[in-house]
Design a protein around this ligand. Structure first.
Ligand SMILES: Cc1cc2nc3c(=O)[nH]c(=O)nc-3n(C[C@H](O)[C@H](O)[C@H](O)COP(=O)(O)OP(=O)(O)OC[C@H]3O[C@@H](n4cnc5c(N)ncnc54)[C@H](O)[C@@H]3O)c2cc1C
Length: 278
């Protein structure tokens, strides 16, 4: 399957549903299509659910590629997962097969490729914890294996994956009772509902630091709760409220204004967890 859309507004597919027009939006579940695009296109971006992407443009000459293959296979104790699988579906599969390791992160609204790249985690469970290796496509269209030990895994990022398309991930899994896994999943969901605002957002806007959490810095040093019509959550200052018809550019203005104020007061650059595509 391949679907190609020209002059496309990403709001139809992105998690935020905000407007950003691109030259091409391509959806496919076929690896040979992805390889072909990577080999020929210069200006492209691979996306998953776009839950952590903010597009700082109204219109851009770029090709957006979304791999939609949702296949999961279990061979003995090895789980083989295509990067188009959502964490929700992965956790559902794992729990149904009594496999531990994905139950808490099921509440993260991303797909496998984006979650691996962002090194997503929740309540001490990370998507890369059980990873053995990745099958990737490099910028020349070649398939390669990258072992976990070769990855530069850091907080909310894998630093040396920028030039690769993540095709599949292989995890080593262990059994656990379904009862326990359901219970852990329920607890994780309850924790999220209790501690995070019930608004449409990109999740955490800024990275947290050992000494200070981003929301503490914002509460202490930012004198406003709204900027260019974009609201900071009153419950948790590291969350920005997404509402319909909001302009991506105004969210960028809010983020950069916070960075400017924090830098000028603390000589410290507050990095975003959200990836801004300029
Ligand atoms: C409400 C909310 C709550 C969240 N809670 C958490 C949380 O608790 N913990 C946490 O860690 N994160 C959290 N996130 C962040 C986010 O959901 C994760 O980082 C997520 O898993 C990203 O997946 P995605 O499919 O949306 O990726 P995208 O946003 O589409 O992409 C993220 C990055 O990965 C790259 N990418 C995507 N697919 C591929 C691929 N196949 N190959 C190579 N590169 C690829 C993109 O180019 C981009 O750089 C939250 C987000 C929201 C909106």
């Amino acid at each position: 399957m391949i679907r190609v859309y020209k002059n496309y507004d990403l709001k139809k597919n992105s998690y935020s549903h905000l407007s950003a027009k691109v030259k091409y939006y391509i959806e496919t579940d076929e690896i040979k299509v992805i390889t072909g695009i990577i080999k020929t296109e210069k200006n492209y971006l691979i996306v998953g659910n776009m839950s952590k992407l903010l597009f700082a443009f109204k219109s851009k000459d770029i090709t957006i590629i979304h791999y939609t293959n949702e296949e999961i296979k279990l061979k003995n104790n090895i789980l083989i997962v295509h990067s188009g699988v959502s964490l929700k579906k992965l956790a559902y599969f794992a729990i149904r097969n009594s496999l531990e390791g994905f139950e808490k992160i099921s509440t993260i609204p991303g797909e496998l490729g984006g979650s691996i790249k962002n090194n997503a985690s929740f309540l001490n469970q990370g998507i890369n914890d059980l990873l053995l290796f990745l099958v990737v496509i490099d910028s020349f269209g070649n398939k390669k294996i990258i072992l976990k030990s070769e990855l530069e895994i850091s907080y909310r990022n894998i630093n040396n994956l920028d030039k690769f398309f993540i095709y599949q991930a292989l995890f080593k899994v262990k059994k656990k009772t379904r009862f326990f896994l359901y219970f852990e999943k329920k607890k994780a969901l309850e924790y999220r509902l209790k501690h995070q605002p019930h608004i449409h957002s990109f999740g955490s806007t800024f990275k947290n630091y050992k000494q200070l959490k981003a929301y503490e810095i914002i509460n202490k040093f930012i004198p406003f709760k709204e900027y260019y019509g974009v609201k900071i959550s009153l419950m948790h200052a590291n969350f920005i409220q997404i509402s319909p018809f909001l302009d991506y550019l105004n969210i960028v203005k809010l983020i950069e204004r916070i960075q400017e104020l924090v830098y000028n007061k603390l000589s410290f650059y507050l990095e975003t967890e959200i990836r801004i595509i300029y």
